[in-house]
Write a protein that binds this ligand. Structure first.
Ligand code: NI
Length: 183
């Protein structure tokens, strides 16, 4: 795979706060779009992220990738590489869970974010085929985090107690035993 590592946009760059455009259906199988998906995957791997949304690499399109490797020491269930094109997320129930989140566009920080425990995801895959999935727990959390990026939102906007915002280094020194995913 001849893919490139892309530069990650951090908060303060307007692209992170823009509402991304849908990918035109006819573009999905194009060489350029396929190459872009490959670039997103290698960029996610390079930064050891569990997810990455296109606006985080300066491309204002409704695309995200998610992957939690089985070999990952983090205690979460593995999620196979999932490409989300023009995703739609629907709540399943109203149960919310609070957990720490980090973001590649806000490096080094973590905060406690309430998220829906269960969601339904509908999207196109990288070949333009529609799929649907029901997700819970960490996978559901990552889906909500990435799809927020497509609407110009970051996890800070979802926090209900800003006092939990912490530098990862300080959490390691003083806090609970935390994992370190950014996405
Ligand atoms: Ni993020």
């Amino acid at each position: 795979m001849n893919a490139s590592i892309l530069k990650v946009a951090r908060i303060g760059h307007p692209v992170v706060r823009a509402v991304a455009r849908p990918v035109p259906a006819g573009d999905i199988t194009s060489r350029g779009f396929q190459r872009f998906v490959d670039d997103m995957v290698v960029t996610m791997h390079e930064y050891e992220g569990v997810g990455l949304a296109a606006p985080q690499v300066h491309v204002s399109l409704r695309v995200a990738v998610i992957e939690v490797r089985a070999s990952d020491e983090r205690s979460h269930a593995a999620v196979p590489l999932t490409v989300l094109v023009n995703p739609v997320v629907t709540p399943l129930g109203d149960e919310r869970v609070h957990a720490l989140e980090g973001c590649l566009s806000i490096p080094g920080l973590r905060g406690v974010v309430p998220r829906l425990e269960r969601v339904r995801l509908e999207a196109l895959d990288r070949d333009g085929r529609p799929y649907a999935a029901e997700a819970s727990g960490f996978f559901a959390r990552v889906i909500q985090h990435e799809c927020d990026h497509l609407d110009g939102k970051v996890y800070l906007d979802r926090m209900d107690d800003m006092r939990t915002l912490s530098f990862l280094r300080e959490l390691h020194r003083h806090g609970p035993d935390v994992e370190d995913p950014e996405h």
